[in-house]
Design a protein around this ligand. Sequence first.
Ligand SMILES: Nc1ncnc2c1ncn2[C@@H]1O[C@H](COP(=O)(O)OP(=O)(O)OP(=O)(O)O)[C@@H](O)[C@H]1O
Ligand SMILES: Nc1nc2c(ncn2[C@@H]2O[C@H](CO)[C@@H](O)[C@H]2O)c(=O)[nH]1
Length: 434
Amino acid sequence: MKFPGQRKSKHYFPVKSNDPVNLGLAQHKEQRRTHICGVEQTLVDIEARVSDELLERHNLKKGNSLLIDDEAAKALYKELKESGLISSEFAGGTIGNTLHNYSTLADGNSVMFGVMRSNIEVGSYAYRYLCNTSSRVNLNHLQPVDGPIGRCFALITECGERSFAISKGCMDDLQPESIDKQIVQTSAALVVSSYLLRADPNAGMRDSVLKAIEYAKEADVPVVLTLGTRFLIEQDPQFWRDFIRDNVTILAMNEDEGEALTGESDPLAAADRTLDWADMVLCTAGPIGLYMAGHCDEQYLRVTSHTLLPGAIPEFNRHEFSRPMRVKDCQKPTRVYAHIAPYMGGPKEIRNTNGAGDGALSALLHDLSAAQFHKLNIPNSSKHKQSGLCYSSFSQICKYANRVAFEVLGQDSPRLMRGLPEKEDSLEEAYWER
Ligand SMILES: Nc1ncnc2c1ncn2[C@@H]1O[C@H](COP(=O)(O)OP(=O)(O)OP(=O)(O)O)[C@@H](O)[C@H]1O
Ligand SMILES: Nc1nc2c(ncn2[C@@H]2O[C@H](CO)[C@@H](O)[C@H]2O)c(=O)[nH]1
């Protein structure tokens, strides 16, 4: 596994580096590996640049992700194809993107639970899905189905906003028996999205997600939920609050989803409110950057050396150098907040923000699994006196998540083509040491 972020590694990462205290341990043992897993609706993104008028004509709502029937999908595809508007057809899906990006960043394994067409023709959507997914994403547990995988029309309007129209095919046919209990229970995290729960209750997907969450909770594996779109949350915010309180360790959302969930339009206030139900939250806020909030035991709090920031909570970043913990692992849980403005002010030109939030989440997952990896391999390290959820501090994870979001924005595709450079060309080393 690669080191998350580009920093000096005080705690001997990679773990085979010479830690004088653990030298014997590190040299004689095979390194033990970690993985994360996720449940997903297997989808290919058909990306096109369209006018607002086209969205209206096809009864689509800007910024939303709507399910459409076969007839509507046929008409939409025909128009996009005939007008030459399609810019790419590439593997997509929130969790698929997140697992792919995690594996690319961490050079580590992930496992995806979903469906796959059993009979695959070269060039088909199913074929593309497999070709566009990192070989580090283990697809051996996909459940074979007789029909097509899903298609997601990702329609980018002039303002850069993306709207999704989903033609679901067999993407929701995943059955609970296809969730491998042992894989879930040995994972560093289970990742799911709110989209999965809107599936028809008879289709199998809903039960499969709930089964995976049940397995994860049984083994104390952190459950990470990403909220797909605010429209889904707005329909029943109380359901989601209860669901998060009962099941979720880490919540990922953007500011609109945060507002739908909490009623707070300020992303910091929304993140703070979310801590009533989850241990930790990542809230991305487009050009404002991103916020992270969570808990740390009072005895482990570390005060920042950065400027204290004003906001809905005055001087909210005071303890951003602390490492995130679960509430249950704290004797005196204290709330910690951090914020970072877009990396380098954001890319020169943003043609499309699709997947930037998923990218930020992948970085957080890398840091989380790095903590487990380090603990498995150097259990006696001073680092593990504190029962931390992540390897790094809130502040460092913000930097890393932000850097990854920048990379996604710059490449015009939600899936990273490569990991981050070992050394940043554009930044002095001091940036990472700060
Ligand atoms: N206009 C922008 N300028 C600079 N940085 C941006 C801009 N938009 C997004 N970013 C960066 O990308 C991150 C994630 O963006 P955003 O909040 O749009 O994600 P999102 O809405 O969850 O995206 P998606 O759901 O498509 O994955 C932000 O935290 C920020 O670092
Ligand atoms: N799993 C899933 N992903 C979706 C849905 N709607 C949009 N997305 C994905 O969201 C990603 C961007 O976050 C895109 O690549 C889309 O494929 C949905 O209903 N289900």
